[in-house]
Write a protein that binds this ligand. Structure first.
Ligand SMILES: Nc1ncnc2c1ncn2[C@@H]1O[C@H](COP(=O)(O)OP(=O)(O)OP(=O)(O)O)[C@@H](O)[C@H]1O
Length: 395
């Protein structure tokens, strides 16, 4: 279900200035759109207008083509899952009762509710027998968040609103919960609006990111790749922070870039022939073409067999590794390159530091002319000041 905000504003009673001013954007069906922005920028207000926990002062919101303001507010909220920080669980209800809230409102029969609760606990990685009868205070922060997500999913709503759902847990648990959400989403394909302060979280989870400024003004609305490569203005650049070039490397995989070749040989091959093919260094493979050692020409001088030479391989990557992994492996090696393996650990080639630098450069050029800010009719319109915000790949 696509969500469209069209010139939506909110002025709270007694306030002179709007908390949200004239926001227009389209949230595509089946995608995760992340709102990031500073505290007080109106992220929560914008999100809550979608399920009408807050009524807009002006503008329209359509959900799956229906005008949200024309739908009964209770009906609307039951069809939109809502997860908040610390799970937002009712303390006097058990885990199972918490998850069952919306199905009960929808008057599902008992058996259906029990089955659904158990299914959801399973889905979010909690054993129903162990956790179902506990109260929220008997759970860790991460477990509470999981229950919060399960509750939001209870009636299988097509739309999910998540307001800093992982804000209150430690970084490791947060990473796990993010991974779980991505796995869930790969299966469920909900339309998800996700609010966070954390740009890294936005990059990890978002199909698109909306960077919001004061009064929810959209600074840039685009894919993480495009925002990292080409922040639309200083505000976005500030949010993206110093690590943009490196973060881009997290979004791409070794298989997406050119893999170079180096000479290879098996231990039983001719030393002279191998030496003559090597310019800088070469790779020694086992009988199943898996890299075992590397060598340069000087190592090969005066030895009788390739079996007698070479240094251990060190860190390698696979074609599915991220370019960030590749960079880390390269930095740990002395050849400014790392060996890439494919299926069954077989040698595929090498990836070099030059390839990584070139990749960042071309990503940036590719996105240089990207339009950056969204309006409801099209995906975007031109960004100001894009040039000044890009950063050096060689930092
Ligand atoms: N009920 C309210 N009455 C009056 N003003 C409000 C109300 N709720 C929020 N505001 C104001 O509206 C603005 C936007 O708040 P909102 O909570 O939407 O921002 P946010 O970006 O989600 O912030 P945070 O990241 O800190 O949660 C803030 O200036 C806030 O003080």
């Amino acid at each position: 279900m696509e969500i469209v905000l069209d010139h939506v504003s909110k002025t709270y009673p007694g306030q002179d200035t709007p908390a949200v001013a004239d926001v227009s954007m389209t949230i595509p069906a089946g995608e995760i759109v992340v709102f990031v922005g500073p505290s007080g920028s109106g992220k929560t207000t914008t999100m809550r207008m979608i399920n009408r926990l807050i009524e807009p002062t002006s503008g329209t919101i359509t959900i799956g083509g229906r005008d949200a303001l024309s739908i009964d507010a209770n009906e609307l909220r039951q069809s939109i899952g809502y997860a908040i920080q610390q799970g937002g669980l009712f303390p006097h209800m058990t885990v199972s009762q918490n998850i069952a809230v919306v199905p009960k409102l929808l008057k599902w029969d008992k058996k259906r509710i029990t089955d659904r609760v158990n299914e959801l606990l399973d889905l979010v990685g909690l054993d129903p027998d162990q956790f179902g009868q506990r109260y929220p205070r008997q759970l860790s922060g991460g477990q509470q968040q999981r229950v919060g997500v399960a509750r939001a999913l209870a009636a299988d709503p097509p739309v999910l609103l998540m307001d800093e759902p992982f804000g209150a847990v430690d970084p490791i648990t947060r990473g796990l919960l993010q991974d779980e959400l991505m796995t869930l989403q790969a299966e469920l394909r909900k339309t998800i609006v996700f609010v966070t302060h954390d740009f890294n979280e936005a990059v990890k989870l978002g199909d698109r990111i909306a960077v919001l400024g004061e009064q929810s003004r959209i600074q840039q609305y685009d894919t993480p790749e495009a925002i990292l490569a080409n922040p639309a203005n200083e505000t976005v650049a500030g949010f993206v922070g110093q690590g943009a070039a490196l973060q881009q490397l997290n979004l791409m995989r070794v298989r997406d870039v050119d893999i170079e070749q180096r000479p290879t040989a098996h231990e039983s091959d001719s030393v002279e022939d191998f030496a003559s093919r090597i310019q800088t260094w070469g790779v020694i493979l086992d009988s199943r073409d898996r890299p075992i050692r590397w060598t340069d020409r000087t190592h090969l001088r005066g030895v009788a067999s390739i079996a007698d030479v070479g240094l251990p391989m060190g860190e390698m990557v696979t074609i599915a590794s991220t370019l960030q992994d590749a960079l880390e492996a390269i930095l740990a090696e002395r050849n400014a390159a790392t060996v890439v393996t494919g299926p069954r650990g077989r040698y595929e080639g090498v990836i070099t530091i030059e390839t990584l630098v070139d990749t960042i450069r071309s990503l940036r050029e590719e996105h240089q002319d990207d339009p950056a800010i969204s309006d409801p009719g099209s995906d975007s319109f031109p960004a100001a000041d894009a040039e000044s915000a890009t950063e050096s790949p060689t930092r």
